[in-house]
Design a protein around this ligand. Structure first.
Ligand SMILES: *Cc1c(COP(=O)(O)O)cnc(C)c1O
Length: 388
């Protein structure tokens, strides 16, 4: 039987034509398509500025640099995320710490954040930046976290790698109403893809300018920003230690074409989620709870095994489904449990919700072209795995 992955890109003939058109054009990179893609995403999500980069990982790094994160500073994030949400702090020489998750949404818990901030204030170890993650595509409780940022003076980056196309309080994720910057990923398993790619959205022109500077070697061609008088028309200046984090026009063309189907593909994900909810009712698993103030992009569909009701471990259920060629996955191993991060001495016992989540979670296949027949196969496999 063919195997069903947990996520997969959807490439149409129009996508391919858009990419080929760039390949036939004068510019493969640094041409007109990257700015067009940036403008289109900014308009789509109601943000003032957009800067495209070669990955969300680079975007997180550049956003942290633009906020002045450096040695001696602290960044907090959710332990239930991809490692990139935390590594951006370490790239800047800053330290990272974690805030436990909310039981139902798997997002950074505002109450846990409030408690930790109170303690950090007493020991003068407040974070400079908090990276919140819209886990699985479901928006965090942004207004509560934003209120805390006002009180304690930290900056907020939304890691919205799962959440382009999601909405919070009737507005698109990406509008930066409750944050300083939002980051999207365009990796092929995400909602829309550019092959590899990412973007920083912000309403702050200084953050946008700095991210653009860090994206391309710290070099400017803007005479207004230069330290010296230009020697001539060839002249440019390096003002910061930047990187080559640029997106190509080939990638941007794919992204621009994919963006046309964003609503359609989030709709398809919702239909699949509703169907999973129905098919899984009555099984000893918890299906994802949806909060009314947000609308998820449903990047992932995570079930939690009710381990007290079954005599199978998560590993046994996982392996049984893999044996049926169902591409189940676990998102994510708590970041603090990774050997590289373990050295920093985080105590697992401080994160009871993340620990419980990690014992129980399985991501089952979720992508717009998943057919009903395939979905039935996933559910059959899960049912058999739970009660063999
Ligand atoms: C995928 C992902 C990233 C990294 O995205 P890339 O574009 O692959 O660098 C960061 N954070 C989260 C939550 C992700 O899912």
């Amino acid at each position: 039987m063919e195997s069903i992955p947990y996520g997969r890109q959807n490439i149409t003939p129009a996508d391919i034509e858009a990419v080929v058109a760039v390949l036939r054009s004068d510019f493969l990179t640094q041409g007109p398509v990257v700015p067009a893609f940036e403008r289109a995403v900014a308009d789509r999500v109601d943000a003032r500025h957009a800067v495209a980069l070669n990955s969300a990982t680079s975007a997180l790094h550049a956003a942290c640099l633009a906020m002045g994160l450096k040695a001696g500073d602290m960044l907090w994030t959710s332990p239930i995320s991809f490692v990139a949400s935390a590594n951006c702090a370490l790239y800047c020489g800053a330290r990272v710490d974690f805030v436990d998750i909310d039981r139902e949404t798997f997002n950074l818990c505002p109450e846990a954040l409030a408690r930790k901030l109170e303690q950090a204030e007493d020991t003068s170890s407040l974070p400079k930046v908090v990276v919140v993650v819209h886990m699985t595509g479901q928006p965090c409780n942004l207004s509560a976290i934003h209120a805390l940022s006002r009180r304690y003076g930290f900056r907020i980056i939304e890691d919205a790698s799962h959440a382009i196309g999601a909405r919070y309080r009737e507005r698109p994720i990406g509008n930066c109403e409750f944050s300083d910057a939002v980051v999207f990923s365009f990796h092929p398993v995400k909602i829309i893809t550019t092959g590899e790619g990412g973007m920083v959205l912000t309403n702050d022109p200084e953050i946008a300018r700095k991210v653009a500077l860090f994206r391309s070697h710290g070099i400017t061609r803007d005479a207004q920003r230069m330290v010296h008088q230009p020697d001539g028309p060839w002249y440019y200046e390096q003002l910061e230690l930047g990187y080559n984090y640029r997106m190509t026009d080939i990638q941007a063309a794919l992204g621009l074409s994919q963006l046309q189907r964003l609503d359609e593909s989030v709709e398809a994900r919702h239909r699949l989620a509703e169907r999973y909810d129905e098919l899984l009712a009555g099984l000893p698993v918890s299906v994802p709870v949806q909060r009314s103030e947000g609308r998820s992009a449903f990047h992932l569909y995570v079930v939690r095994l009710q381990l007290e009701r079954i005599d199978r471990s998560r590993r046994e259920v996982f392996e049984a489904m893999r044996a049926d060629d169902i591409g189940v996955n676990v998102h994510y191993i708590p970041i603090y449990a990774q050997p590289y991060h373990e050295r920093m001495g985080v105590r697992r016992a401080d994160f009871p919700q993340a620990e419980a989540y990690y014992r129980e979670a399985i991501s089952i296949p979720m992508f717009p072209t998943l057919s009903s027949a395939q979905q039935d196969r996933v559910v059959r496999s899960l049912r058999n795995a739970l009660a063999p």
